[in-house]
Design a protein around this ligand. Sequence first.
Ligand code: DC
Length: 235
Amino acid sequence: MKKKKTRKVRLPNVAIDGPSGAGKSTIAKLAAARLGLIYVDTGALYRTVGLYMLEHGVDPDDPAAVEATLPEVEISLSFEDGRQILALGGEEVGSRIRTEDASRYASAVSKIPAVREFLLDEQRSLADRGGVIMDGRDIGTVIMPDADVKIYYTAAASTRAERRYKEQREKGIEVTYEEVLAAIEARDKQDSEREIAPLRPADDAVIFESDDYTIEECVERVCGIITERTTKSEP
Ligand code: DC
């Protein structure tokens, strides 16, 4: 009997990098759901390392202390209905990684080479499975240099500050626009001027400036870029 030929279809990998507060994760999550890909939030990994340091009184600006503590950090990552679940020592981190303190710790530890090395294998093995949309700062440049599609997703600092300011006011958090803008500019500077894996667009990335679009329009455009770049016309 003739055996049926089966062809394994490898799903594309998509890298989305960009500064904090541009809305990458919202758009990447929606685009992944629409295209049947898995959304991987790499910032959450750095946040989880930062959280461990925060909860154990380790100074995130002391690279030697952070490096010495890393072997204790037990992170596990799983997916449930497309949702990424991160646990520290077996306990889900949930929203504990989203506080202002956790953000500050994440940004500080992400500058330390040993931390980036510590998280490298986890991210590469996720890329190896194929079919992921991974967002972060160095995905197209370091983690998935061979990604099928690379998008540098950005917005002006003032646009990002306005969005975050609105969000925080809606949550009842007392902040001024100037404070939010200053925090965003400080984080941009830290992420793009650090020596290791600085935030920058990969040479082959499509630059997408999201300032003038609604969320729905951004998803539409990002899905359009991915589809266009992964659909090869048959000869
Ligand atoms: O995307 P985010 O705001 O959740 O990221 C948290 C911090 O982690 C941010 O300060 C930058 C850092 N980060 C990084 O250095 N590399 C990544 N691939 C993702 C995040």
